[in-house]
Design a binder for this molecule. Structure first.
Ligand SMILES: *[C@@H]1O[C@H](CO)[C@@H](O)[C@H](O)[C@H]1NC(C)=O
Ligand SMILES: *[C@@H]1O[C@H](CO)[C@@H](O)[C@H](O)[C@H]1NC(C)=O
Ligand SMILES: *[C@@H]1O[C@H](CO)[C@@H](O)[C@H](O)[C@H]1NC(C)=O
Ligand SMILES: *[C@@H]1O[C@H](CO)[C@@H](O)[C@H](O)[C@H]1NC(C)=O
Ligand SMILES: *[C@@H]1O[C@H](CO)[C@@H](O)[C@H](O)[C@H]1NC(C)=O
Ligand SMILES: *[C@@H]1O[C@H](CO)[C@@H](O)[C@H](O)[C@H]1NC(C)=O
Ligand SMILES: *[C@@H]1O[C@H](CO)[C@@H](O)[C@H](O)[C@H]1NC(C)=O
Length: 408
């Protein structure tokens, strides 16, 4: 009887989440889509086309520019890498002009830098860019991925039937598992449906991360739309995040064309609070120093990578100023420390003075908190939940604090 109970407990435990030992904190790395899209014209755009040359350069820069030192590790090729035809044996193959040495060679190169290799495919007849999808070839393609030394799989959902997607993603995940090679499995099917149509219990058993919502574009408007969606749906989605299984609001666009300095700090802060994968999508050779400092801010990254793995919540929305909080370590008894992001969606001129009584935003530790602003280092001690946090926040900007719970 006891043995049966133990077996049952193990089965229940194993069923709570995908158990491949990966992504115990949100994955960090580089993903090509937002910045490089489907540029395949290497004649006119030799430094930007989806090619072996680009991804070797990305791997080099992740190391030489200091990104690897702060935790970025996956180099992920998004769409438009395959040849238009499978080979004579029905296997996927990369475009031979753009990947002349093949994917195993590129994977070895990336691994030689101490990094990990990610690759995109699609659970449909075609990828979104019109290249061969995995439908009808699930086992063959999972085996190819393993043979190429892939460490992270992004499986998109274009050209697939909605009704088939959940079962199809489970099936492909089982083939990935059968290869014996641990691969982070990033799923896209929720992004093709409304949040209420997704079975999040199944999702977190199947995937290490999943795209919930629209692709990010290179603009503040896009960042705001994503933040609004994650706030609106948080009661449905946030509790399904945790070590090994994460909601994914899509890539970082910090350092690209669309965000100001303040907007960049805001995206990074909210992505940290959301326990989001941190996936750079930028020309790593051209990131201006103060934007690079945002992407490499160790304190902000520590919030994102906090071992509790709790996704944060939007706890206040007044006059287009939002407050997001995330429970983080160190805990004092049952009380959390918090990351607190005060985000302005306003665009009307001056920095705005805002104030919050701590207990009104859920910060109830009886001895209060030591606050540190994570971008400028400002410190203050607020020693009761009745104390008031007063700060200024710039238009389309953020004030981002770590509030460390004080031990009585
Ligand atoms: C490889 O990509 C080039 C564009 O860079 C394209 O012209 C060519 O048709 C592609 N080859 C295959 C076999 O898909
Ligand atoms: C994929 O292609 C097969 C063969 O052409 C076809 O039978 C099937 O309906 C297609 N599936 C989807 C989801 O378009
Ligand atoms: C395959 O799944 C089993 C059971 O969940 C798990 O223990 C194992 O680590 C997985 N292996 C890989 C390579 O993902
Ligand atoms: C999601 O909901 C919207 C609005 O209710 C609806 O128009 C749309 O068709 C739904 N999408 C899916 C995939 O069912
Ligand atoms: C903090 O205290 C307030 C009121 O005192 C209460 O409404 C809220 O639920 C508490 N929050 C947490 C996270 O315990
Ligand atoms: C907070 O204020 C309330 C009344 O406003 C008081 O009852 C409570 O003791 C105060 N808490 C602390 C920790 O000072
Ligand atoms: C809070 O700050 C005070 C004063 O700077 C310091 O003495 C104390 O050790 C800090 N406590 C925590 C938990 O960080």
């Amino acid at each position: 009887m006891i043995q049966q109970l133990i077996v049952l407990a193990c089965m229940l435990g194993a069923n709570l989440a995908l158990d491949n030992g990966l992504a115990l904190t949100p994955p960090m790395g580089f993903m090509s889509w937002e910045r490089y899209r489907c540029i395949v014209d290497c004649v006119n755009y030799p430094n930007e086309c989806i090619s072996e040359k680009l991804f070797k350069k990305v791997a080099d820069l992740i190391v030489s520019e200091g990104y690897a030192d702060v935790g970025y590790e996956y180099v992920i090729i998004d769409d438009c890498w395959p040849a238009h035809q499978r080979d004579a044996e029905g296997k996927l193959q990369p475009n031979a002009t753009r990947f002349p040495s093949g994917l195993k060679h590129l994977s070895d190169y990336i691994h030689s830098k101490g990094l990990k290799f990610g690759l995109y495919e699609d659970y449909g007849n075609y990828t979104c860019g019109g290249y061969p999808g995995v439908l009808g070839h699930l086992e063959t393609d999972a085996n190819s991925f393993a043979a190429w030394g892939v460490d992270y799989v992004k499986l998109d959902g274009c050209y697939a039937k909605y009704a088939d997607m959940q079962e199809g993603y489970i099936e492909f995940g089982n083939y990935l598992n059968k290869t014996g090679r641990p691969m982070v499995y990033s799923c896209s099917w929720p992004a093709y449906m409304n949040a209420t149509q997704v079975d999040y219990e199944v999702l977190q058993k199947t995937c290490n991360s999943w795209r919930n919502y629209d692709d990010i574009a290179d603009s503040w408007g896009s960042v705001v739309a994503i933040m609004n969606w994650f706030g609106k749906e948080q009661d449905l989605i946030a509790r399904h995040a945790g070590p090994g299984h994460w909601n994914d609001p899509d890539m970082l666009i910090v350092g690209d064309y669309g965000l100001s300095y303040d907007e960049s700090k805001a995206q990074m802060a909210v992505w940290a609070v959301l326990a989001a994968p941190l996936l750079l999508s930028v020309d790593l050779a051209a990131v201006a120093p103060r934007f690079k400092a945002i992407l490499q801010n160790r304190d902000v990254i520590a919030v994102n990578q906090d071992p509790l793995g709790v996704q944060g919540l939007r706890v206040s929305q007044v006059n287009n100023i939002d407050v997001w909080t995330r429970c983080v370590t160190p805990k004092v008894g049952s009380e959390c420390s918090y990351a607190v992001a005060i985000v302005s969606r306003r665009t009307d001129g001056n920095p705005v003075l805002v104030s919050y009584v701590l207990k009104d935003i859920g910060l109830n530790n009886s001895a209060g908190y030591n606050f540190t602003e994570l971008y400028d280092g400002t410190k203050m001690v607020l020693s009761s939940p009745n104390a008031t946090l007063v700060t200024r926040v710039n238009p389309s900007g953020v004030a981002f604090y770590k509030a460390t719970a004080i031990v009585v």
